[in-house]
Write a protein that binds this ligand. Structure first.
Ligand code: SF4
Length: 340
């Protein structure tokens, strides 16, 4: 049963309260506590902590984004910090050029930070801990300037483009306990307010032509499967080889983007279907190669690798079928129901 919350003020949307809000809030603070434990572990027991992060926690996220990005967005510790300051103080809302600039920064951070795993973050717990603290500080600080999630979670967060690509059509829609009520902090493309339409809103009118390929999100999405391939066809190397890591990943992104453009132009494939194809390609590549690293890290048998690969393929088959039919299981009202 849901309860109607009072209006939050001018320009805000009244939305239905989310069932289990208390549980979500508890999970958010557990997330903060676990982040503290991770930071301590990265300094005190880096080898085990790095394995837990890179070979247990992070591998869950792509599947979670495809099933329901809200499952992560509702508990992400960085989002907790961002909204902690943002809902109380931040005033600036993002739209138009400011939103595009934030999107470009987020995509840039993603492409800089993830390959850096190969020459620093996969092996150096202390440096990773420092970077996590800096990013957490950024999430908190941007909340003081930007309203709600506008500055970080819906702005420069480097994970946001990946959430958008994998989460373009959630299998399950959960409620949004953070934005009660929605204050319209983000003009277009909010995954919490319009989960099924966020990507299309970001692409705007270009979604209906081939020009979407030239948008920042189009460039990101087109290059992403190649990025995943490029990352997994590298091994960890010394810092001195950082340039070669970026060059290798960039080359595969270029191949991926070129193939995407060819498929769109020659096959006359719509942005909607091409983005689905890119999401499932990247996810399958991720688990195909990632499963081997996870099995190595935890000394798991080959059967685990085969099972994880099969599960990933099963997920994309189900996801493609349901997204093509436009099906979504709605477990709780979302901010979108406010009519924003
Ligand atoms: S639902 Fe989206 S637009 Fe509304 S307050 Fe939350 S993050 Fe901002």
């Amino acid at each position: 049963m849901s309860t109607r919350l009072p209006h939050g003020g001018p320009g805000e949307n009244s939305v239905e309260a989310v069932p289990g809000t208390g549980l979500w809030i508890t999970a958010q603070w557990v997330g903060i506590a676990l982040t503290g434990a991770l930071l301590t572990g990265l300094v005190m027991a880096p080898e085990l902590s790095l394995d837990i992060l890179w070979n247990a926690v992070i591998p869950v996220l792509p599947a979670v984004f495809m099933i329901s990005p809200a499952l992560w967005r509702n508990v992400c510790p960085l989002a907790t910090l961002n909204t902690l300051s943002g809902r109380a103080r931040g005033k600036v809302k993002t739209d138009g050029a400011l939103a595009t600039a934030a999107q470009v920064v987020g995509i840039g951070l993603f492409f800089v930070m993830v390959p850096a795993r190969r020459f620093v973050f996969n092996t150096d717990g202390l440096t990773l801990a420092v970077v996590i603290v800096v990013v957490a500080g950024l999430a908190l600080a941007l909340g003081f300037v930007f309203n709600s999630k506008a500055g970080f979670c819906n702005g420069v967060c480097p994970v946001l483009p990946v959430e958008k690509l994998y989460g373009q059509r959630p299998l399950i829609r959960l409620g949004n306990p953070r934005c009660q009520p929605c204050v319209m902090c983000t003009g277009v493309g909010c995954m919490d307010r319009t989960p099924n339409d966020a990507v299309r809103q970001v692409l705007g009118a270009k979604a209906d032509s081939k020009a979407w390929l030239l948008t920042p999100f189009g460039v990101f999405a087109g290059g992403f499967p190649g990025f995943v391939w490029g990352y997994f066809t590298l091994t960890d190397v010394p810092l001195a080889e950082a340039g070669a890591v970026y060059l290798h990943v960039l080359q595969w992104m270029a191949v991926s983007y070129t193939l995407t453009a060819l498929i769109v132009w020659v096959g006359n494939v719509s942005s909607e279907w091409m983005l689905r194809l890119l999401a499932v390609s990247a996810l399958c590549l991720y688990y195909w190669y990632g499963s081997v690293g996870i099995a190595d890290a935890w000394a798991l048998p080959d059967a685990f690798v085969y099972a994880l690969r099969a599960a990933a393929i099963g997920l994309v088959v189900v996801w493609l079928g349901t997204s093509a039919r436009g099906d979504t299981v709605e477990l709780a009202p979302s901010s979108a129901s406010a009519g924003a």
